[in-house]
Design a protein around this ligand. Sequence first.
Ligand code: AMP
Length: 423
Amino acid sequence: MPRTISAPRGARDILPEESAAWARVTEVARDLSSRYAFEHIETPLFERVDLFARSAGETSDVVEKEMFRVSGAKGSEEERAEWALRPEPTAGIVRAFIEHGLHVRPGPLRFWLIGPMFRYDRPQAGRYRQFTQWDCEVIGDPGPMVDAELIELASRFYADCGVRGVVVHLNSIGDAVCRPRFRQALIDYFAGHEARLTDDSRRRLHVNPLRVLDDKQLEPDIAAKAPKPIDHLCDACRAHFDAVRGLLDGLGCAYEIDHRLVRGLDYYTRTTFEFYVAGREGQQQALGGGGRYDGLVEALGGRPTPGIGFGIGLDRTVLAMAEQSVPLPASPPLVAVVGAGEDLGARLRVAGQLRDIGLRVRPDGSGRKLGKQLESAVKAGAAWAVILGDELSRGEVVLRDLLHGEQRALPLVDVAETIRPAH
Ligand code: AMP
């Protein structure tokens, strides 16, 4: 026997039993994107490696460790250039914004997308090499109102999906004016504890000290006394942060200040935020996150333009819904079309007519005895069977209630009416 082939490690099949939850999260995301006046954008699943290196930063995890490279094997230099599957959507959207000259459109521009992201990380529960994000980006709005609006939007998303206990973590990491001072304060502080830092943190200490602060293995006493970004904000960044907080308070949107929340990517400025499910530990419990990136458009060759956005992990949202047993709407009742005769054409025709009136219909194409067909219908979860017999010549069928075992003849056109009020 040939050997079977399994899915690549860290990639998953989404089987039908999970699809109601996926339908819920994608419907809520689409509906909110529309009600918050975002416009849909799609970008390629792969881009040039440089795009991610220039945006996320060479020392970010996604570039340093998790890049999922794709190499075009032959052909021109362009084809041989290195590509990577996108680890995150912001860089591609900003590239598209610059490439298509979208800055001439009346802004600020608001974009959303839902799609797969790829990170070549060690897979574990809730951490996959292919996962799906709902992403919202606002380009051209310096805030602070939009910062609060996005945080409220993401909070509303979790609430609408039925996930309880989501906590918003909030921080500000300053901008080009005040970040250098903060960076230096971090370097000075951590240099004094160098021996107790992880290898990664020691290596990053002088290149990207913010990442040291965010190292999950940083010893708690060192973390507790580390310089806090909000103590180093310049006046403009402080005013921005205070305004965001005031707006969130006004909306009744609760948050916790998290001094270590710097986000993994270099391009963030000022506001950073992340969403966690309360009561559970570990990085896998981050359900989403985002922040402001006022320098990114310029760093990628566009005119200086502020931006802010978030990415929400839909896989983890679906996991949280399952853990919390969030009730999901049942599928509409299934109707089986069966018959004692051999006229398969009639079964298809009647199935079509029932679908025309909005029912969910599965015709039985087997030549088995009627009893067997009804048994299969029950096993398949059908609530009703439409049985075709001689009455069909008069436009009538027998409708059997498979849950209660009752049946009666009625005109085909009345089938939908009989089924619907019962459900
Ligand atoms: P990040 O930009 O890394 O904070 O990612 C945003 C959100 O995407 C996270 O909060 C997670 O919910 C989700 N996410 C990130 N990486 C993965 C992964 N490897 N597997 C599943 N979900 C992920």
